[in-house]
Design a protein around this ligand. Structure first.
Ligand SMILES: *[C@@H]1O[C@H](CO)[C@@H](O)[C@H](O)[C@H]1NC(C)=O
Ligand SMILES: *[C@@H]1O[C@H](CO)[C@@H](O)[C@H](O)[C@H]1NC(C)=O
Ligand SMILES: *[C@@H]1O[C@H](CO)[C@@H](O)[C@H](O)[C@H]1NC(C)=O
Length: 321
């Protein structure tokens, strides 16, 4: 009898100890999940950001609930204006231009996509593609896509940098970079396939929008970096929008927003001679077509003559001269 009671006490006591321990663990877990200082996303250390060739858009620092200092309260365009596309290959500064336009005009910018991260971080008009927004972001191409717009701004960036920016976004997530070993994954075939596919997509996107029949405004990303005020004034002129000098100055004081990937150069050149040959050929064809469009020529004639699409598609080793 006595012995039995003693054991019962022991069992009962250890039961309580275990229970308290479980509650303690649950409490600690709950606190660490809700305490923002413990769950804040990785933020790279502050450093001086190099300018040229480093712009690319990814959520930095804040993430959820970030509040941007807007120059003026954002609003719909009312009455609505022409439906205007803001076209680019990914990784070419599309989100940056949208951000600058929202700052300087005070109008929402829209998108053919619904990116929830962007929606929560200063672009509430994601998925709106009509005249109530100042421009509509798209990376798509083809006659069906073009048909939905009455004017277009086409942003073109050097394909080497655009492809790498896109690789960083897809492999390293919103804030990061692709780890160097991503480039050698699967004997380098993964990267090779990526570049081949993206170089052709870069060319397709650009050549296709050069055929746009309505008013088309070409912007080179590198020019934006070199001479932002001038390029922004040209864009506003194309959009036929007057903005006050104070809003323009305000935009110039808030160039970064929260979306900007920091420069982190690789210690090696990921573009093999074979990949360079392909990217260079795409670049040459696009340059020729751009020159023709800027000279007022018929881009269709040029495109038909230059055999732009005579690559062996769907093949990992494209035929390049
Ligand atoms: C554009 O779309 C938004 C959201 O769907 C809507 O509120 C607005 O009225 C539309 N504007 C026009 C001009 O259709
Ligand atoms: C580029 O366009 C060509 C011709 O229309 C097409 O065959 C190819 O699949 C496209 N490639 C990419 C990556 O968009
Ligand atoms: C495409 O290029 C190959 C060699 O690069 C050539 O033999 C072929 O005739 C070309 N095709 C067309 C339609 O021009």
């Amino acid at each position: 009898m006595r012995r039995w009671r003693w054991w019962r006490w022991l069992v009962c006591a250890s039961g309580w100890v275990a229970l308290v321990y479980v509650f303690f663990l649950a409490f600690v877990t709950l606190v660490s999940l809700t305490n923002p200082t413990l769950t804040r996303p990785y933020s790279p250390p502050a450093e001086v950001v190099g300018a040229r060739g480093t712009w690319s858009w990814a959520s930095r620092r804040l993430g959820r609930g970030a509040r941007l200092p807007w120059c003026q309260p954002l609003r719909w365009r009312d009455p609505p204006g022409p439906v205007t596309a803001l076209v680019s290959f990914p990784g070419s500064g599309n989100t940056w231009v949208r951000y600058l336009l929202q700052q300087v005009t005070g109008y929402y910018s829209g998108s053919v996509y619904k990116d929830y991260a962007l929606m929560k971080n200063g672009f509430p008009a994601e998925s709106v593609s009509n005249g109530s927004v100042v421009v509509v972001k798209t990376h798509e191409w083809g006659p069906e896509m073009r048909k939905g717009f009455s004017r277009a701004i086409l942003v073109v960036r050097d394909p080497y940098l655009a492809i790498q920016a896109e690789f960083n976004r897809q492999s390293g997530g919103h804030i990061g970079h692709a780890q160097p070993d991503k480039y050698t994954r699967d004997g380098g075939r993964y990267w090779e396939k990526f570049v081949t596919n993206k170089a052709l997509a870069w060319m397709n996107t650009t050549l296709d929008w050069l055929k746009f029949e309505g008013p088309l405004h070409l912007v080179f990303y590198e020019d934006l970096l070199d001479n932002l005020p001038e390029e922004m004034r040209r864009i506003l002129e194309f959009l036929d929008l007057d903005v006050s000098e104070s809003n323009f100055d305000c935009m110039m004081r808030h160039l970064d927003g929260i979306y900007k990937r920091r420069k982190r150069p690789l210690s090696f050149d990921p573009f093999t001679p074979k990949l360079r040959a392909l990217v260079d050929r795409c670049k040459q064809l696009v340059e020729r077509a751009v020159r023709e469009v800027l000279a007022g020529g018929d881009v269709n004639v040029v495109l038909n003559n230059m055999n732009a699409f005579n690559f062996s598609f769907g093949h990992h080793k494209p035929v390049v001269r």
